[in-house]
Design a binder for this molecule. Structure first.
Ligand code: AHR
Length: 508
């Protein structure tokens, strides 16, 4: 048994937690859209063909924004293919995922779905095979009320109200050699700057996300951010970060510490942005949109390369359908802790992705929908992390990892809702073998009582929810002990994620 202690200090505020931190991502990829959110004929489908069981789970997950329509897909996408009468929409080769795109779902349908899901739509434009003109067209189609070529077309298609999309991504992962139209930093900086400038002529209120690196391991990481921001700084609001984690060669000790890497990634990108700010004399900050993050077993599967014969590219094949374990969920919970710890800089984030594709929600065509293990830490954090993120001080033992050096066994962050006084503490025990007593010192908060606590763990850290056993893993209540007038204590099992809720009032 190891032990850790956290001190909660309301004066150690990191920043206001933007609800957009709890966003997700729907790409035209595999069965995310088709057989995922959309399955006309499914017993729970509504009149628009959207699965009601999936919509209910998305609402329960508490997703604030949804990035759409890609991802790699967007770099070959013609948005006009997906609007207007369905029977006139073309089928296209999707070069990113070797699939056939039917275009049954496009911007208008997805905007409708997002409204039903109580989520805000965040839209990515194609700067891979297309450019400024098409970005302007789709912005006009989406955000102008009427009276112009594209807005009138939207009205004619049966959507009188503009979609009023606030956040726009200027392409996707343009540094990646796998990306259609992959660019050098200078090439991308140029088209991103011109597109941003042009889009603001139509709608000055849009919030623009310029592409950062598609991972901190990219050879151009750092240089890319610097060159791109130097050219675009005053015209963009966010720079993106993307990161996916998986155990390498069974090294779970490092895998469980993946959030250390996310911390470092965020801090590096923020430092580069601040350096550009200083050199350009700008008076505004560029925030981070961590618009792709998750656990993804990229090395385990290479489903896409198996789809070779272009004559028979499938519609909505099963791609990237990772099944998540308890250990994966603990890492996801810890990545959320990292995002909250940087709430001053990370003002938007998207768990990639939402349904079936590296997703917290899985579906069976014609059958059920279920929560993966990763659903739980996301839903709880989205529900309870309100107000201000607190930079808590955790005193914990450290352990050695092959990939990230020495890291604390226990990692935590807290939120404080100044309206209600409610505090939530999110914590992980990364130890593979030892449980941890976790003491919470609430002296500086005044009298607080624990209202409830829940934990995600299992004796089998590889246990998961499946179609056959969809409720194998769920949250369990975690007993909270009162140690003395100023201290509460919980016991965190090995490889666990937990949340503890406190409210003002006497200790209990
Ligand atoms: O989320 C899966 C893929 O990962 C996205 O399409 C791409 O942007 C990233 O490489």
């Amino acid at each position: 048994m190891t032990s850790a202690r956290v001190t909660l200090d309301p004066h150690r505020a990191v920043g206001i937690i933007d609800r957009r931190l709890f966003g997700s991502f729907v790409e035209h990829l595999g069965r995310c859209v088709y057989d995922g959110i959309y399955e006309p004929g499914h017993p729970t489908a509504d009149a628009d063909g959207f699965r009601g069981d999936v919509l209910a789970l998305v609402r329960e997950l508490g997703v604030s924004t949804v990035r759409y329509p890609g991802g790699n897909f967007v770099s070959g996408y013609r948005w006009e293919d997906g609007v207007g009468p369905r029977d006139e929409r073309p089928r296209r080769l999707d070069l990113a995922w070797h699939s056939l795109e039917t275009n049954e779902i496009g911007l208008d349908e997805f905007a409708l779905w997002a409204r039903k899901a109580d989520a805000e739509l965040m839209y990515a434009v194609n700067l891979g095979t297309r450019g400024i003109a098409e970005a302007l067209d789709v912005l006009e189609y989406a955000n102008i009320r009427s009276g112009t070529r594209w807005s009138d077309l939207r009205v004619a298609h049966g959507t009188p109200e503009p979609h009023r999309i606030r956040m726009w991504c200027l392409g996707n992962e343009m540094d990646g050699p796998w990306q259609l139209g992959a660019s050098t930093p200078a090439e991308y900086a140029e088209i991103a700057a011109k597109t941003a400038n042009a889009m603001r002529q139509i709608d000055p209120s849009v919030e623009l996300v310029v592409c950062g690196s598609s991972g901190a391991q990219m050879p151009t990481f750092g240089e890319w951010e610097r060159v791109v921001l130097e050219r675009t700084y005053d015209n963009v609001d966010f720079i993106s970060c993307h990161a996916y984690y998986e155990p390498v060669d069974g090294d779970y000790a490092s895998f469980l510490a993946s959030a250390t890497d996310m911390d470092h990634f965020i801090e590096t990108v923020a430092a580069i942005a601040d350096e550009v700010k200083a050199r350009t004399g700008s008076d505004k900050d560029v925030h981070i949109s961590f618009d792709e993050w998750n656990v993804w077993y990229q090395s385990r599967y290479n489903d896409v390369e198996k789809i070779t014969d272009i004559e028979t590219w499938p519609i909505a094949p099963r791609l990237l359908e990772d099944s998540y374990s308890v250990a994966d969920a603990v890492v996801v919970g810890n990545l959320l802790i990292s995002l909250l710890r940087h709430a001053d800089r990370v003002k938007a984030a998207s768990l990639a992705q939402l349904v079936n594709v590296i997703a917290p929600i899985m579906t069976q065509p014609g059958g059920g929908a279920w929560r993966q293990t990763t659903f739980f830490p996301f839903a709880e954090t989205a529900r309870l992390a309100r107000g201000t993120a607190l930079d808590v001080r955790v005193d914990a033992a450290e352990y050695e990892t092959a990939r990230f050096g020495r890291v604390p066994v226990v990692d935590a962050v807290a939120s404080l809702d100044s309206d209600t006084g409610a505090v939530a503490i999110f914590v992980v025990n990364r130890s593979l073998h030892e449980s941890a007593t976790f003491e919470i010192d609430v002296t500086m908060l005044g009298g607080m009582s624990a209202t409830s606590a829940r934990v995600l763990s299992d004796v089998d850290i590889h246990a998961r929810n499946t179609r056959e056993d969809p409720e194998r893993i769920a949250l369990r209540d975690l007993p909270v002990q009162r140690v003395d007038e100023r201290t509460l204590e919980v016991t965190l099992p090995a490889v666990s994620w937990a949340v503890i809720e406190l409210r003002p009032g006497g200790m209990r």
